[in-house]
Design a protein around this ligand. Structure first.
Ligand code: ADP
Ligand code: GLC
Length: 494
């Protein structure tokens, strides 16, 4: 197939691993383009902001545009573009130091940056300008989350006379519906969008401008990151107020489960681990466990199982439930180790809990990829008590590292973890339904009954290691969705 017939796809994303990461979105936008680019029928590109975190990595960046002018009402009229060559695709970085050269991507521990609306509107518009400057007409613009969604408002409501994007189809992927990008009504004018969009049929949402709504309303299709979540978000319980909008578009709403990068996350080669191991020889996993016990100053000779957690500290992740359950949970013979960073209230809550249970609870407040990997590898169990979870990657990393997940049955957790059945020896983990202490503690108790009890334990661990969540299948699903999008007529907005 020659290059001219390849489908051109551009990702617009606020983060991408390993350049800049706060959570799973970065893992997805770091891996998926790589797998898509292996398809000879696709040409892939990524555009993201040049955050300080990227700058600090001293990557080989090449300036491709020194100064592009943007039709922007605010004082920032210019940006430059740097290029980074990734594996099989190029990444274009929107460089505007005043907007993006900051300590954090979106928020400090005290809260969001107050100008996030301007920052990500600017990013979205600059991304479109970059495509024009490159003369690279995309067949598909694939925008991720609210930070990129406003691009679709510019395309639909401020189209350029040259029809550059007239044939481009738009796909919006929701990684987390709870983050919508809500700003006061006067923001529209400040980012160069017409005020009439402030109505309930467009971007108005309970008195605020809602960026994600632009992605949901003006796209040709919407996707989200697991089949279960695609159904959940059409209900009031999970819809975060947007369930009506999503239900209206349900014929254009798809659920594609995320994968994980099996090369990047591999206990046989992971340089962050003190010892390596494989399906056939798990000896190295015990070395990782010892290292983890040592890290948290627990006795090395203990046979107690280690339950790990690696998480953003956010309401979604179930730390209120965990806190309520700790007294019961820590009566059991186990160690709990938690690595997390995020909201200050949750940090405080965990610091208090750690003081109360110094011999049982290990806590590290940080973003630390190395330690995260040691926890995936060195733990026996991995706990995810999420209130909701669009997909969740950490349960898949645990399975990949031979660690048994105990999860709440919601969203992508439900699609990837199945309850272990001692009669059939099928299943790779443990689940609980109700967001309450008793079901959580019961699930942990069930899990503990199989700890190092043969023939159950070996099978449970092997079932996890045998689970296949590689990106190949999901990349194929996205490819098919792109083709489907292209089979529909291009939406022509005024
Ligand atoms: P979410 O995107 O909602 O945070 P996911 O499970 O999809 O949840 O992805 C979380 C990603 O972020 C994983 O790669 C996980 O290892 C990583 N992560 C989360 N918190 C930390 C932390 N404190 N240190 C290192 N990595 C973290
Ligand atoms: C979001 C979700 C998480 C998902 C990730 C990647 O941050 O909270 O469940 O795995 O995006 O899609």
């Amino acid at each position: 197939m020659n290059a001219a017939t390849r489908i051109r796809v551009v990702f617009l994303t606020p983060e991408m691993a390993p350049l800049a990461k706060t959570g799973g979105l970065a893992d997805v936008t770091g891996a998926l383009p790589r797998y898509l680019a292996r398809n000879p029928r696709l040409e892939v590109m990524v555009i993201m902001p040049l955050h300080r975190e990227v700058r600090k990595k001293n990557l080989p960046l090449k300036t491709v545009f020194e100064r592009i002018m943007i039709d922007w009402p605010g004082s920032e009229k210019f940006f430059s573009v740097q290029e980074f060559q990734s594996e099989g695709f190029r990444v274009y970085l929107i460089d505007n130091p005043r907007l993006f050269d900051r300590d954090y991507l979106y928020s400090t521990p005290e809260g969001d940056y107050p100008d996030n609306g301007e920052r990500f509107a600017f990013f979205s518009l600059a991304a479109l300008e970059t495509l024009r400057a490159l003369s690279w007409k995309p067949d598909i613009i694939h925008a991720h989350d609210w930070q990129s969604s406003l691009a679709f408002a510019y395309l639909r409501h401020r189209p350029t006379a040259d029809g550059f994007f007239a044939e481009t189809r738009l796909l919006c992927t929701i990684h987390n519906l709870a983050y919508q990008g809500l700003f006061p009504p006067d923001l529209l004018g400040r980012v160069g969008l017409p005020g009439h969009l402030f109505n309930p049929e467009d971007l108005e949402f309970y008195g605020k401008v809602n960026f994600l709504k632009a992605g949901l309303l003006y796209s040709d299709a919407i996707s989200t990151v697991s089949p279960t979540y695609s159904r959940e978000i059409q209900t009031p319980e999970f819809g975060c107020g947007l369930e009506g909008v999503l239900r209206k578009r349900s014929d254009r709403l798809f659920g594609i489960l995320n994968g994980i990068d099996y090369l990047e996350w591999n206990p046989e080669t992971d340089p962050a681990l003190p010892a390596h191991y494989s399906r056939g020889n798990l000896a190295g996993k015990s070395v990782c466990r010892l290292e983890l016990l040592r890290y948290f100053n627990f006795p090395l000779d203990s046979a107690r199982p280690v339950v790990g957690m690696v998480s953003r500290l956010a309401g979604q992740k179930g730390f209120d439930l965990l806190a309520r359950s700790l007294d019961e949970l820590l009566k059991k013979e186990l160690y709990l180790v938690i690595l997390g960073t995020g909201e200050i209230e949750i940090q405080n809550l965990l610091v208090e809990a750690q003081k109360k249970y110094p011999g049982r609870l290990g806590l590290k407040i940080a973003f630390d990829d190395r330690l995260a990997r040691l926890i995936y590898a060195g733990s026996d169990f991995f706990l995810i008590p999420s209130r909701y979870e669009p997909c969740g990657l950490t349960q898949m990393y645990s399975l990949r590292y031979g660690t048994v997940p105990i999860v709440r049955s919601t969203g992508g957790l439900k699609d990837t973890v199945s309850e272990f059945n001692p009669a059939t020896l099928q299943g790779n983990g443990f689940l609980f339904e109700e967001y309450q202490t008793a079901p959580l503690v019961e699930a942990v108790s069930r899990a503990l009954t199989f700890y190092r009890k043969e023939p159950f334990w070996s099978r449970l661990v092997q079932n996890g290691l045998d689970s296949d969540f590689s990106w190949e299948k999901s990349a194929e699903d996205y490819f098919n969705l792109y083709r489907q999008l292209l089979s529909w007529p291009a939406a022509r907005f005024s």
